[in-house]
Design a protein around this ligand. Structure first.
Ligand SMILES: Nc1ncnc2c1ncn2[C@@H]1O[C@H](COP(=O)(O)OP(=O)(O)OP(=O)(O)O)[C@@H](O)[C@H]1O
Length: 272
């Protein structure tokens, strides 16, 4: 496991009008590791991810990427650093095939024409690099794929661009047991290939099955970021639901700016 974060956030604040959604948030994601981002509905997970991916500007705070302070003002900035997000709704086009989906909006051209052989080869190499063997033909329409296969294509699309950090928003939410296991294996493989992976999940079994670290948001504050081996299922549930764990000597990662303690007054820490 690497001890140097690829992405480190310090003191992130984000409000929408009078509503403060993120408050002094610290967060770190490490190459070769899966960091699970957990929190109840409305805790601020999606907002944090949208700040990281340049969709929302932050009000205050610092981003450090690969050891350098960076400003992320647009999704293009995030993509150029190698940050990709796979959203829950996948944004795949049913009427296009796998290759067309993987290159949608970033097609390779040979002069004026699409360079289909190169795109097909890159798609095949990416899927092979992820040990994906469940897809029969790269030219099959996405509409004919199972939920797990669709998720696989969406993840492969995200890693096609020399990504360094991949953020997955509830990748198993709509999947059955076998497909969930397949997708979790793929999530693990991404990290084993050296990527920093952030996994948003409400499913504690998934979180404990695949993550190296767990970051818990509660009412817009990061109440813990700990190694998965150092926390129990019950303690994570307590952090998510109460913002603190009575018996937990919180071991917040070095370099993460949060103090690891629960909000001094968690009733004022967020929004309803
Ligand atoms: N554009 C916005 N304008 C105003 N408030 C917003 C906006 N986006 C999010 N919020 C509020 O910020 C809070 C955090 O929302 P967010 O979607 O980040 O939570 P979440 O942890 O991702 O929740 P969930 O698990 O339900 O997706 C919520 O109370 C939400 O209503």
């Amino acid at each position: 496991m690497s001890a140097t974060p690829l992405l480190e956030l310090r003191g992130i604040d984000k409000s929408f009008g009078p509503v403060q959604v993120l408050r002094d948030v610290a967060f770190a994601a490490y190459p070769g590791e899966v960091t699970a981002l957990v929190g109840d509905n409305g805790a601020g997970k999606s907002t944090l991810v949208k700040c990281i991916s340049g969709i929302y500007p932050i009000d205050a705070g610092e981003f450090v990427f690969d050891g350098q302070p960076v400003t992320i003002s647009s999704p293009r900035d995030a993509a150029s650093l190698g940050i990709e997000v796979v959203y829950q709704d996948l944004a795949l086009c049913d009427n296009l095939d796998i290759v067309q989906n993987m290159f949608l909006g970033r097609e390779k051209r040979n002069g004026l024409v699409l360079d289909e052989p190169t795109m097909e080869q890159m798609a095949a190499e990416t899927l092979a690099g992820l040990s994906v063997r469940t897809v029969k033909s790269l030219r099959q329409h996405v509409s004919s794929l199972s939920g797990g296969q669709r998720q696989t294509v969406a993840i492969a699309k995200a890693v096609l661009w020399n990504s360094k950090l991949v953020i997955l928003d509830e990748p198993t939410a709509a999947l059955g047991v076998a497909q969930t296991a397949q997708v979790l294996e793929l999530v693990r493989r991404l990290a084993d290939n050296g990527l920093a992976v952030v996994l948003i999940s409400h499913n504690m079994n998934d979180v404990f099955a695949v993550s190296d670290r767990i970051a818990a948001l509660y009412l817009g504050q990061m109440v813990a970021q700990v190694k998965t081996t150092e926390i129990t299922h019950a303690q994570v549930v307590e952090l998510i639901t109460a913002g603190r764990s009575g018996e937990l000597g919180l071991a917040v990662d070095p370099g993460v700016n949060g103090n690891g303690a629960a909000p001094a007054d968690s009733t004022t820490g967020g929004v309803s």
